[in-house]
Design a protein around this ligand. Sequence first.
Ligand SMILES: [Cu+2]
Length: 252
Amino acid sequence: MKITPGSPVLALTMRRWILAAALACAATGTAVAGPTAGSITGAVSWTGPIPEAKPVDRSSDPVCAATARGAEAVVVTDGKLRDVLVRIKVGGAPAAAAPTTPAVIAQSECMYAPRVVGVIAGQALEIRNLDATFHNVRGNALTKVLWNLAQPKGAAPIVRDLAGRAPGDVVSLHCDVHPWMAAWVVVSDHGYFAVTGADGAFTLPGVPPGSYTVEAWHPTLGLKTAKVKVKKGKPTKVRFTFAAPPAAAPAP
Ligand SMILES: [Cu+2]
């Protein structure tokens, strides 16, 4: 089965994610923060054949067509997976107040960069247009449209306060002018999250000693979890491995 950002598979994954997060909210972290904190660190790997990046026809907009960019549904470099948000499960670590500075996503070469960001509930999102062309920015919570705003060339950044978005929610961004564009904003109740870059690496610093469930979420590949124990002043290693979903069985 083909998994694309708009597919029912993704919607189902997001629903599961939100449900799991809602259940997790019932629990409260009991760990104590302080100078004895450790960290959770590791990498997200890919195993098996790497899905071929589909060519994207960007000829509808000469500005976009000037740069060659492919699909980014699954980006693997040297066996490491990009765009995975790794975090302590919502409700499983001491909550944090939202930073006063927004998380930033840019539109560059008609792609979102980064493609996945994390925010703390209450934190704003800033969307910049670095391209010499017109984008519209549509924010969705599953199928519900939260906003849909034009952002022509040279326009000021769009800032949204993400009001009403709770820990566990995921907001997706789409551009209807360039349908290959998609990004995801993942809301947590604490700051123990990181998003993998090309090297697949992540570090969650300042974690109080204790037991945690760590989640690794990729927008088209879904969720994996691991249990870890963080010891005083030490890094705890955790690895996640994703693989291509099995091919659908041929029709009889
Ligand atoms: Cu666009």
